[in-house]
Design a protein around this ligand. Structure first.
Ligand code: SAH
Length: 208
């Protein structure tokens, strides 16, 4: 989607997609990533793309939840675009970083320390980059909570249709599936190359 010049709506502090990406590139990532939690940061350009799409679709107008928020890039970016956002994350170190990141960019977000499984508030839109492992319990947990929303923006494993199938079975219509190639940083010690190219899907789904 081509970013239109964005004028009006005084509460949006960020004026276009590339500016958003550049603001998000200033955020700090995980200090000591936990392998079991599949912690890695969504690259700023990809985050900006997701958020800009959501913004243009009007999906940042209601309550937005960032499930498994990590250090906060998705939720904080949504807040920069004027959304009312809650970050849910069970790793307290990551959530502390998210809090500092939000302060650094001067946005207010609600922080919830806990498992996405236990999050029972009402919300309109979910943003998430969940643990990817195919058929993992974690992914199921994220999808189950996400399916309470009206609109879901999620990254997914490009090798599987599990996410689309799940959301469709819950009454969502998948409106967009976009493939991105991203360079994953060598977050974990066992990666030999400095970055590893990998394909991910952005799946956008809306309750019918
Ligand atoms: N949303 C961030 C982080 C993605 S990594 C970003 O896009 O950059 C996935 C995140 O989900 C990690 O921070 C991990 O700690 C968190 N997580 C994994 N399982 C979780 C669970 N059951 N409840 C809450 N958070 C969880």
């Amino acid at each position: 989607m081509y970013p239109k010049p964005y004028i009006g709506e005084a509460r949006a502090k960020t004026v276009n997609k590339s500016r958003l990406a550049s603001e998000l590139s200033r955020l700090e990532g995980f200090k000591n990533p936990v392998i079991e939690l599949e912690q890695y940061v969504t690259p700023p350009e990809l985050a900006a793309d997701i958020l800009w799409t959501a913004h243009l679709q009007g999906d940042l107008d209601g309550k937005v939840v960032d499930l498994g928020a990590g250090t906060g890039i998705l939720g904080i970016g949504a807040a920069l675009l004027g959304a009312k956002v809650t970050l849910v994350e069970k790793d307290q170190d990551a959530l502390d970083r998210a809090e500092k990141n939000a302060e650094g960019l001067g946005v207010d977000v609600e922080l919830v320390s806990g498992d996405v499984e236990d999050y029972e508030e009402e919300f309109e839109t979910v943003l998430m980059n969940p643990p990817f492992s195919v058929h993992s319990e974690q992914l199921e947990t994220f999808l189950s909570t996400a399916s309470q929303a009206d609109a879901v923006y999620t990254l997914a494993n490009s090798g599987s249709k599990e996410v689309q199938d799940y959301l469709e079975s819950e009454g969502f219509q998948v409106s967009e599936v976009e493939t991105y190639t991203i360079g994953l940083p060598a977050t974990y010690g066992f990666h030999t190359e400095e970055t590893r190219e990998t394909e991910v899907l952005l799946v956008v789904a809306r309750r019918q």
